[in-house]
Design a protein around this ligand. Sequence first.
Ligand code: FES
Length: 159
Amino acid sequence: MSKKKHKAAHAEEPELTRRALFRTGVGIVGACYVGPIAYPVYRYLATPAKQSAALAAIKEVSIPQEQMPALGTALRFAFGTRPAILIHMEDGSFVCFDAVCTHLGCTVEFQPEEKRIHCACHGGTYDMATGKNVAGPPPKPLNQYKVEVANGQITVTRA
Ligand code: FES
């Protein structure tokens, strides 16, 4: 290698190093900007099916004592992907039902004054103690969950 070519090669090295450094810096800065945006987008797009499957697989829900409904009232809560209704009966016992109307799937509500479970969509009515369909268009009873009370905590499980 001639002395002139050798000098030219050395002259390009700092340029290459600066260029590589610049590219690396751009990559890091880009990752810093894109990462925080891309990760939530990825999570949003990737998880609904997994989340839904995980929620549907839930077989048991624990309700802490502080959320226990008073006598004659009810608590609506999420049992996996579905609403559920826990009723504290006047005799102190608990009953729990899937809160999805068996007619067309509206969410039912407990009506303590009428002592019934009612669906506002088409006037369906269910017995509050058994979940049996007693009036209106619902073709079958509400699904009932099993309720256990131990150490001040309520555990609801799929029957
Ligand atoms: S959806 Fe409940 S009565 Fe029709």
